[in-house]
Design a protein around this ligand. Structure first.
Ligand code: FAD
Ligand code: NAI
Length: 517
């Protein structure tokens, strides 16, 4: 432990963890004029850049490129055949990750933020000069002082002892995204058909693996709209991908030449599992993708009285301040919505509150609001959503109107050979947009328009009154919004009933509900 008198550096803000939560916060705080230290024990960019969003999307870009090649004939292109080289795909992925990592380091330099490589830990409570933060580097230790601290230490793959993750045959997403992982297994078994499971299933199936997914719940990506899930399942079926749902995976073993997973039905009560009928699934490799654990250990939390719940650091949900004044926590480590853009958003909130309380960014305290959070699953086709799903809206007692429009009815999508659908939800009484779900090419971009609409409390009329360029996929948004009120131009008409006539005559401008669609 370094001596107290060796404490030299004092900062307005010390941030522990340099993922999209931490590094974003560091830049934002510097923009407001704060003196900032950013501590990272591994690589700048965190999970998102090094083991998450970016490397998967680089692999998916190659997979989607192959998928287009496979459809060459449909577009009038005769290919004399092609081969794939997964090691080159991985090299491309590594290069993208490295370049972006250098970019983050340069950004910090340009804002004159000090970056420390080492494990950060808070030592004791607030003193007049601030919080002491210990940095344990590979060869040395150092203590710095921060008037305010943000914890942004993220998450790691969740593990279950019976799954025997050995990082050789039984892997996590960290292993598969390791710069040296260059294997396309003949047979891949994926445990957990959530976001990670489905994205990797898409990648490896496209590269020729026989992929099987085992999922505990009755459906993959269970939180999405059922109609969207159905569409994805149809696509996965066409790729030969197998999904077994309602499977309780009891154990996974490395057999030396492969892996073996044993399951029973998820409906079997815990105390009857021992005698339950089991099924066995064999493959060459296994990916375990069953959620994420929060990284809240060895941060000095217990010593200063910051609580955790199932690993998640407890914060005030509005200010993101912990129970210790002056210490904030953001991103995956607080649980909630574990997405990169949410971590960055929370960084903005925590920075504003921390610097406001220091008088650096006066009177700018903010409260987090999660009403409008877009998310994407980057399968092919992409899935995007924002706001409420139909059942959520109904459960909240909202009188919900639904407009649905298909890619197959849109000129631009037809030219591109794309299929899918967009659903927009509105509140019948206010006509405000309350949610949307999309599966299809550029789904996240379409959802971005609806996200902006929702963020600003816009209504169906606001979208339908907006001119959308033709021919573009953005017309999906216009048509789906028009479909809510029975006025989509490119959707099949229905005989005019008195009720529909009323709607068209604008006597009850927004009256079609989902059931009658
Ligand atoms: P992290 O990114 O986990 O960063 C935390 C950092 O803190 C790490 O670098 C860690 O080394 C460091 N750290 C931890 N403890 C200490 C300590 N004591 N001292 C110093 N440093 C420490 N989200 C999306 O929005 N879109 C996607 O497409 C997407 N794809 C994903 C794909 C995969 C395979 C995975 C696993 C995740 C994906 N995510 C995606 C989720 C996204 O990566 C996370 O939500 C995001 O990275 C969380 O950011 P964070 O800053 O909270 O934490
Ligand atoms: P997840 O929560 O999305 O999915 C895990 C799945 O595993 C669930 O469907 C769950 O029912 C299932 N499961 C859990 N235990 C199981 C068991 N014992 N046997 C069988 N199935 C089991 O978590 P995932 O996919 O690991 O992703 C972690 C986080 O990373 C998510 O919160 C997600 O938001 C984020 N992420 C985001 C991406 C994106 O935005 N595109 C991409 C990848 C990850």
């Amino acid at each position: 432990m370094p001596k107290e008198e060796t404490i030299e550096k004092q900062y307005d803000l010390v941030i522990i963890g340099a993922g999209p939560g931490g590094y974003h916060s560091a830049v934002r705080a510097a923009q407001y004029g704060a003196k900032v230290a950013l501590i990272e024990k591994n690589k700048l960019g965190g999970t998102c850049l090094n083991r998450g969003c970016i490397p998967t999307k680089a692999l998916l870009a190659s997979a989607h490129f192959i998928e287009k090649l496979q459809r060459a004939e449909e577009f009038g292109v005769e290919l004399k055949g092609y081969t794939t080289d997964f090691s080159k795909v991985v090299e491309r992925k590594n290069k993208i990750v490295n370049e972006l990592g250098t970019g983050i380091a340069n950004l910090q330099k340009s804002w004159k933020n000090d970056v420390y490589i080492g494990h950060g830990k808070i030592l004791g409570g607030n003193t007049e000069e601030g919080f002491k933060v210990l940095i344990k580097g590979e060869t040395n230790e150092e203590i710095i002082l921060g008037k305010r601290v943000i914890l942004a230490t993220g998450s790691t793959p969740a593990l279950i002892p019976n799954f025997n993750v050995d990082h050789e045959r039984i892997l996590t997403s960290d292993d598969i995204l390791n710069p040296n992982f260059k294997t396309i297994p003949k047979r891949l078994l994926i445990i957990g058909a959530g976001v990670i499971g489905c994205e990797f299933a898409d990648i490896f199936a496209t590269f020729g693996s026989e992929v099987t997914l085992l999922e505990y719940l009755p459906s993959p990506i269970a939180t999405e709209e059922p109609i969207i899930i159905k569409h994805l399942q149809k696509k996965f079926d066409s790729m030969g991908l197998k999904i077994f749902t309602s499977q309780n995976v009891l154990s996974v073993e490395n057999t030396g030449s492969g892996i073996k997973a044993t399951t029973c039905s998820a409906s079997v009560p815990r105390d009857e599992i021992e005698n339950a009928e089991t099924s066995v699934y064999e493959a060459d490799l296994c990916l375990v993708s069953i959620g994420r654990n929060k990284v809240s250990n060895d941060l000095g939390l217990e010593e200063i009285g910051i609580g955790t719940r199932r690993g998640a650091i407890e914060v005030d949900p509005g200010t993101l301040e912990t129970s210790v004044n002056g210490i904030y926590a953001i991103g995956d480590v607080i649980g909630g919505i574990m997405l990169a853009h949410v971590a960055s958003y929370e960084g903005d909130i925590a920075v504003a509150n921390a610097l406001s309380s220091l008088g650096i960014y006066k009177n700018h305290s903010k409260r987090a609001n999660y009403r409008v959070v877009p998310s994407t699953i980057f399968t092919s086709p992409n899935i995007g959503s924002v706001g409420l799903k139909i059942n959520q809206a109904k459960n909240l007692g909202i009188d919900v109107l639904v407009g649905q429009f298909s890619y197959s009815s849109l000129g631009k999508a037809k030219c591109m050979g794309e299929e899918g659908l967009l659903i927009i939800l509105a509140d019948k009484h206010t006509t405000q947009i309350i949610g949307a779900s999309c599966i299809g090419e550029s789904a996240p971009e379409l959802i971005a328009e609806i996200t902006l609409a929702m963020q600003n409390g816009l209504s169906i009329e606001d979208i339908t009154a907006t001119i959308h360029s033709h021919p573009t996929l953005s017309e999906m948004v216009l048509e789906a919004a028009e479909a809510i009120v029975g006025r989509s131009i490119h959707k099949k008409g229905r005989p005019i009933t008195p009720r529909l006539r009323d709607i068209l005559m604008e006597q009850i401008p927004y009256g079609i509900d989902y059931e009658s669609e």
